[in-house]
Structures are given as C-alpha cells and as structure tokens.
Design a protein around this ligand. Structure first.
Ligand code: PLP
Length: 350
C-alpha cells in the first residue's frame, strides 16, 4: 500500500501544443489570429492595479448585465465564469446528478469525458455517422442529460434549429447543454429556443470569436432556475470566479460590436479561401461553421502531414484517436499564415 494508490486516476484533456519558441505558426488551439478589441485592451491598460486589493464582484454583476442586454435576456438568465471550461464543469455538477447516463456524440469536445470521469457521472457516447453527422433521433433514450456542441468540434459542422428541436422535444426531463463556442463563425444560435425550453442551457466563450483565450471568460444562458443551479454549484467550490480585470475587459469587448463583426468576417473569408485551395489539392473538408477546418487527404496520412508541417514550424492539431486519426484540425490564421501553410502543403502534396 502506498499513498500513490489513492492518487487521481484519469486521462486528462490534452490541449494543443504551446511550443517554447516564438517563430512558428500556431494553428492548433483554435485561437483567434487577431488581437482582442482595442477597447478591451484599453480597459486593461486603464485598470487601476491598486483595486486588486479587493475581491472582484462575486457574480460578475456588471459583466453579466452587459452580456444579458447584448443577447436580449435578463441578468437572471446569464452566468459568467472563468472560461467555458469552468462554466461547463459547473454545469455538469449542477445538472447531471441522475444515475442514468448523460449522452453526447463519440466525436465531440473531449473534455466531456474528463468531467464525467472526475465527477463520477455515467455517460454514453453516441456514434456520429461516417460523415460525422449527429443523428438527433439517437438522443431519444433514457438519460440523465445531453451535451451537444453546435457547431461541433473538431468536425466544424454546424446544424440548424430543427435539429436542436428534435433533441429538445425528446428530452423535456433533463438538461440539454448546447455548447456554442464557435457559433459566431457561421453557426445558428439556440438563443431563440430559450423561451420555449426551460431545460436548455447554452454556453459561450470569449476565447475564440472575441480573441480573449488568455483572459478566461465564458458564460451560460438559460432559465432562471437552471442558472440558479449553476450559481449554487459555483458557490460550493469558488465564490469568486471572474477576476476584476477580466470583468472590465469583457464588458469593453461586448460593447465593441463593430470590431467583433469585422474580425469574424476576416476569419470567415480566410477560411473559405483556405478550404477552396486545400480541396483543390485533394483534401476532403466538411463545410465549416467555425474558425477551423477538419481535413483529410486520400493519399497522405494526417500524421505524416502533421509531422511535416511541424518540421516547417507550422503547428496544426492531430488527434491520435479512433475514427479521426486521419484528420487534421487546422485553426484559421491570418492571410499571411494561411499563405505559408498553403505553400508548405504545395511542396509536400505533389
Ligand atoms: C474552446 C472550447 C471551449 C472552451 O473555451 P474556454 O477557453 O474554456 O472558454 C468549450 N467548448 C468547445 C467546443 C471549445 O472548442
């Protein structure tokens, strides 16, 4: 017997590599290639450090109010946390306390299994079809909850409200979480469905479309009762999640709609160009509703392309996992970075 027998036994989520050098192209973590809104940067620069002696607003009141107004909701319908990962883990604690398994696709955000394992939540992963499409009818079975990323990751595929309605109509007695981390890049938001389904909870992040991955802001939207349950879960582990600087910067970002729209439009334009050029090279790529593409090539394995690109200081994401191990997930960079990627690929793929 050793103290080590009692250590946590879990396979943690592995994030995209953060190489310890500066001169490389990073397309492996779905970060935004453009900086946050200048207004957000100004808010950070103008922050009086002396104020850090005080705890932040415990429930990020002003930030929540700003987010709620932005989406046409009430503050009681919004919860803000330290990035969506924090919000989702609180949601899992708050909502998934049934003995029945929660359901999510076999190909989706891989943090789901990590939280289930660590929190002891039973789960069932439902197979997506050969083209990575989620069949909504599959989510019609006894369960303790449902989690759908829409658009899904790492497949990049976005679905419409009819798809979500099928899942919601078959799951009136559990919480359905829709993770909208990528929705701003061309997905369809479930926000209009919040009025009809009080068991629907939508999560969003500032990390991708708002270029603030380093700041850690995420939020959930849902009925008053659902949001209250997330607060209860939060206050049982950490009453002060979003720090004072992040609250100010988050508010400033939300208020700069023009910059937000422009940045997204740039990313989408680059994505469409990259998709077209890579398809011409023989890559198979589903239409993306996100800030990344999911690509495979019939003649070259994803692993060899991944290794080759890395040797050229271009980092993309390759998941050594069943069903997707011949795919690369490539985050959309600047036009210049995309050009470099295309040039490198052209040299390799003859
Ligand atoms: C990036 C991502 C998140 C988490 O974002 P945070 O940086 O923790 O806010 C959640 N879900 C999906 C599907 C993501 O890709």
């Amino acid at each position: 017997m050793s103290w080590k027998d009692n250590l946590i036994k879990i396979e943690p989520y592995v994030a995209g590599e953060q190489p310890n050098k500066t001169d490389f192209i990073k397309m492996n973590a779905n970060e935004n290639p453009y900086p946050p809104s200048p207004e957000a940067i100004k808010a950070i620069n103008n922050f009086d450090g002396a104020n850090l002696k005080k705890y932040p607003s415990a429930n990020a009141v002003e930030l929540v109010k700003t987010i709620a107004e932005y989406h046409g909701l009430k503050p009681e319908n919004v919860f803000a946390g330290n990035g969506t990962d924090d919000v989702l883990s609180l949601c899992f604690r708050a909502f998934f306390n049934s003995k029945k398994p929660i359901l999510f696709p076999d190909i989706t955000y891989s943090f789901n299994t990590v939280w289930c394992e660590i929190l002891g939540i039973p789960y069932e992963q439902i197979r997506v079809d050969a083209d990575f499409n989620i069949n909504p009818e599959d989510y019609k079975r006894a369960n303790g909850g449902v989690v759908i990323a829409n658009p899904n990751a790492p497949t990049s595929i976005g679905r419409d409200l009819d798809f979500l309605r099928i899942i919601l109509d078959n799951n009136r007695n559990c919480v359905v979480i829709v993770d909208e981390a990528y929705v701003d890049f061309g997905g369809i938001t479930a926000i209009p469905l919040l009025e009809e389904y009080d068991n629907l909870v939508i999560t969003r992040t500032f990390s991708k479309s708002r270029s603030m991955a380093g700041m850690r802001i995420g939020y959930a939207m849902g009925s008053k009762d659902a949001i209250a349950a997330i607060y209860a879960a939060k206050d049982s582990v950490n009453s002060y999640p979003v720090d004072s600087v992040a609250q100010k910067a988050g508010i400033a970002s939300i208020k700069d709609e023009k910059y937000f729209r422009e940045t997204i439009a740039r990313v989408i334009k680059t994505r469409e160009n990259l998709t077209e050029k890579m398809r011409e090279m023989g890559f198979k790529i589903p239409d993306s509703s996100t800030n990344f593409i999911f690509a495979s090539h019939e003649k070259y394995t994803a692993k060899e392309i991944f290794e080759y690109l890395k040797s050229r200081d271009i980092y993309v994401r390759w998941f050594n996992k069943p069903r997707i191990d011949n795919y690369l997930r490539i985050s959309i960079g600047t036009d210049e970075e995309t050009e470099a990627l295309l040039n490198a690929l052209k040299e390799y793929i003859k």
